[in-house]
Ligand binder design. Structure first.
Ligand code: ADP
Ligand code: MG
Length: 267
């Protein structure tokens, strides 16, 4: 069975999709057979990895039994990396998509498509609505992306509250892998140092604010697929992938992280 990892955030535009895409590439480059699943009804992962995303079949068709897993999952040009696009979803169908998620329609197709993968990364819409809840209910791990600014602290607290709720009531196996500071400016630190004692699971890896990352993600490309791969920027995702892998292995060995490091872990 694959290990499912959700990438979530309260706010939109914090770099979740950029992280999901480049982390998936970095994990694939480390030899993990990886599936990147686009759960965001407004998502567009894949428009550069394959053809324009509006033409791609994907999760929406799987949910409506209009495609088989083999038709919905695409190999990408990057070895070890496959993609489950959002699929064709008319904006007027978004409420129905969300209702399907709330009704528990996600597990069955995900159990089918995860076959044969080591890792499945779930990119989610902003907020803590039905799609994110469905992703959390299925996942083993969750990565919380947050913009590195003092005001982000409140939203991280709200996200962790929901993670804890899902862990207690729906998915006892859910573990917080960590909080990932994104769009970190200069050398001013992450701005997240003020996290209270029980919220100290900030990862060592950070994603800097960078014009190159912004440009790549505007084009829908992972850094690794640029004409001239940006080594310095891509290296941040390689470091993140190594940390994610190390944390997952530590959890798998049953080693509880230091007290207070990961919310709920080992309890
Ligand atoms: N590290 C970064 N540095 C600069 N711009 C970024 C970075 N990560 C993302 N962006 C830009 O910010 C916007 C939102 O990023 P995105 O990954 O789509 O966020 P989300 O999925 O959380 O809504 C995009 O325009 C993207 O190009
Ligand atoms: Mg996104």
């Amino acid at each position: 069975m694959a290990t499912l990892l959700s990438v979530i955030s309260l706010k939109g535009g914090v770099g979740k999709t950029t992280v999901s895409l480049n982390l998936a590439v970095a994990l694939a480059q480390r030899g993990r057979s990886t599936l990147l699943a686009d759960l965001d009804p407004q998502g567009g992962i894949g428009h550069a990895l394959a053809r324009p995303d509006t033409e791609l079949r994907g999760l929406a068709e799987l949910l409506m039994h209009e495609a088989t897993p083999a038709q919905a999952v695409l190999r990408t040009t990057i070895p070890n990396l496959s993609l489950l696009p959002r699929g064709r979803l008319d904006p007027v169908q978004i409420p129905a998509y969300e209702e399907a998620m709330a009704r528990g329609a996600l597990p069955a197709p995900m159990r089918q498509v995860e076959q044969g993968f080591d890792l499945v990364l779930l990119d989610t819409p902003a907020g803590l609505g039905p799609v994110t809840r469905a992703a959390l209910a299925l996942s083993r791990y969750v990565l919380v992306a947050t913009q590195a600014e003092p005001l982000a602290l409140r939203s991280v607290g709200q996200v962790l509250r929901v993670v804890e709720h899902v862990r207690t009531h729906e998915n006892p196996g859910l573990r917080l892998l960590g909080i990932l500071p994104t769009m970190v400016d200069g050398s001013g630190g992450t701005g997240l140092a003020e996290l209270p004692g029980d919220l100290t699971s900030v990862l060592s890896a950070v994603i800097p604010r960078s014009e190159a990352i912004s440009e790549a993600s505007r084009r829908g490309l992972p850094l690794a697929m640029l004409e001239q791969p940006l080594r310095a920027e891509a290296n941040h995702f390689a470091v993140l992938a190594a940390e994610v892998e190390a944390l997952v292995e530590r959890h798998a060995r049953g080693e509880a992280p230091p007290e207070g490091h990961a919310l709920g872990a080992g309890r």
